[in-house]
Structures are given as structure tokens and as C-alpha cells.
Design a binder for this molecule. Structure first.
Ligand SMILES: Nc1ncnc2c1ncn2[C@@H]1O[C@H](COP(=O)(O)OP(=O)(O)OP(=O)(O)O)[C@@H](O)[C@H]1O
Length: 290
């Protein structure tokens, strides 16, 4: 079963189209990292999945229920960490967590207490007095205290220091392994994503330009180098060409699924030597956004 299914989903704010015919599936048990530049529409996409925004067109299903009109029994199986949340900050940590727990039948108070201790949160501290990182830890506990089947996280680690980020990621993997929880999270921290995500989705210019595993991503986008003693042309005839940098004797190009026979033909035609370089996630992300 897919925990989230988006089909041909579009969303605009007034005249400005943010998402254009998005099709995205989150299979059960998967952890999917959502990548995109600032303003790419990640928060918008996550809010559409949660029924906090309504799509202009297309269909969204969450655990087979309509995303815009989720019944309570589906809602109670979803956990959400917003990018920024400023509600109820007059409570102390323990009051806020008890208050949140009251909404859920299967709130795991023992787990919540253990997390508070592990993440060094004083139950008596007022939420408004906490640092951003501490607030984020509280928000994460609020989202996982009821052992949700689906967790949606909008940049959950942005304010955490590297050690807590690592702990949080370990927690995420544990939740995923113990409860089979599926996770969709947006992030800018690519190294974290490499550590935890089984799937990656990349939002670019309002569209999902890639959805699949990290290995598939690395196989799909490679850097093609062509070097020659003779001057090389500024343009290349190869399918899947996304980006090209040219100097008289060297071409550096980002190519999607290059046809090896075409690369060999280019070598002959241009009297050049070709080299195909595998890229890391950072490089692929940067190259895709040039
Ligand atoms: N309520 C709104 N009204 C008008 N425009 C909006 C609204 N919410 C978001 N936008 C615009 O839509 C675009 C996408 O915003 P969104 O917050 O979804 O992006 P994002 O990928 O989450 O960005 P970031 O990484 O900076 O958090 C931005 O250009 C933003 O200014």
C-alpha cells in the first residue's frame, strides 16, 4: 500500500503556480527525503498531504483516504512537525506534551518521558523560554508520542546541533524499524538524507524531477567529460543533456541516463576522450539547479 499518493497535483497562490502536476508515491515503510531549493514548494507539498491546504487540481490520498478530508481514524495515525510552530508556548514542556497526548488514544507516555530525558528537556521549562533547537525537540516528541504510522516532517533537524541531528536520525530509523512508520521529510541537509532516506524526491521548477532510491539517482545523473587536443564545440548532441560547461579543449556536462553508444560515437566524431564521472548527492543537487 502507498501511504501517500499524489496524482497530477497542482497548486497556485493567486497567480503564482508553485506545484505543477505533481505525481508522488510514498510506499509503506519507506523513508522519503524531499529536496528542493528555498521556495521550491516543499512546505506547500507537505501541507497538501496533511489536508492543511487544498489542491487546485489533482488527487491526494493518505492511507487510501482523501487528503483534504481525512477521517479522524486516519488523522490519529499521522504525526507532523511543522517548519515553525508558535502555539501554546505559555505552557511548560510537560504540560504541552500531556495536552498533546490527550488527543491520542495510544499516546506512549513512557516513551515521551524517556525522550524528554534523553534529549535533556526540563519538563518544568516554559516552552517560550526554550531555544529554537529545544523547541524543535519538543515538536518532534509531540509528533512521535503516539507512534504514528505516517510521519511528515518539515525540515525537522534545521535547528538541531550535529549530535542531536544524529540522535534524531537514529530515532527516526528506530521508529521506522520498530513500527514500520513511513516518513516523508523535507531537508536541506543532504548528508543526513544520505544517512536515513530510502527514497529521494527532488522538486525543481514546480515538478518532481526525480523520485527513487539514492543509488538510482546516482546512476541516472552522471557527469560526462570530453577532452581533446582539438577545439571542442560549444553544444553537444546527446539525449538527456541537462547542463554544459565548455572550455576550448574540455566539455563538462550533466547528462541524464547517457547512452554509452552515443558517448563512443561522440569520442570518434570529436576526436576526444570521454570519461563518465559518478556524482554524490550534493553535486547532483547543485548541478540540477544550475
Ligand atoms: N500563503 C501563501 N501565499 C502566497 N505565496 C505563498 C504562500 N505560501 C508560500 N508561498 C510562496 O510559494 C512558494 C513556495 O513556498 P514553500 O514554503 O512551499 O517553499 P519551500 O520549498 O518549503 O521553501 P523553504 O525551503 O524556504 O522553506 C514561495 O515562493 C512562497 O513565497
Amino acid at each position: 500500500m502507498n501511504m501517500i499518493e499524489m496524482e497530477q497535483v497542482s497548486k497556485s497562490y493567486q497567480q503564482y503556480q508553485v506545484l505543477n502536476k505533481i505525481t508522488l508515491n510514498l510506499p509503506q515503510g519507506h523513508i522519503m527525503g524531499l529536496l528542493g531549493q528555498n521556495g521550491a514548494g516543499k512546505t506547500t507539498l507537505l501541507k497538501l498531504c496533511l489536508g492543511l491546504l487544498k489542491a487546485d487540481r489533482g488527487e491526494i490520498r493518505v492511507m487510501e483516504a482523501p487528503g483534504w478530508d481525512m477521517p479522524p481514524k486516519v488523522k490519529e495515525q499521522v504525526g507532523y512537525v511543522a517548519q515553525k510552530s508558535d502555539t501554546l508556548h505559555w505552557m511548560n514542556v510537560s504540560q504541552l506534551l500531556d495536552y498533546t497526548g490527550a488527543f491520542y488514544q495510544n499516546w506512549d507516555a513512557a516513551k515521551v518521558t524517556a525522550l524528554m530525558q534523553r534529549w535533556q528537556l526540563d519538563p518544568k521549562s516554559r516552552v517560550s523560554d526554550l531555544s529554537e533547537g529545544q523547541k524543535q525537540r519538543v515538536a518532534i516528541i509531540q509528533a512521535i508520542g503516539h507512534n504514528p504510522k505516517l510521519l511528515i516532517l518539515d525540515e525537522p533537524v534545521a535547528s538541531l546541533d550535529p549530535m542531536l541531528r544524529r540522535e534524531f536520525i537514529r530515532e527516526l530509523i528506530d521508529i521506522n524499524l520498530e513500527n514500520g512508520t513511513s516518513v516523508l521529510f523535507s531537508t536541506h541537509i543532504l548528508s543526513d538524507l544520505e544517512r536515513v532516506a530510502s527514497d529521494i524526491a527532488i522538486l525543481r521548477r514546480g515538478e518532481i524531477c526525480f523520485q527513487g532510491s539514492l543509488d538510482e539517482l546516482k546512476e541516472r545523473y552522471v557527469r560526462l567529460h570530453l577532452s581533446s587536443h582539438s577545439p571542442l564545440p560549444k553544444a553537444l548532441q546527446i539525449q538527456g543533456l541537462l547542463h554544459i560547461e565548455h572550455s576550448p579543449n574540455h566539455i563538462r556536462a550533466l547528462v541524464e541516463n547517457p547512452d554509452r553508444a552515443v558517448v563512443s560515437a561522440l569520442e570518434k566524431q570529436l576526436n576526444a576522450t570521454a570519461q563518465i564521472e559518478a556524482l554524490g548527492l550534493d553535486d547532483i543537487f547543485l548541478e540540477l539547479h544550475k
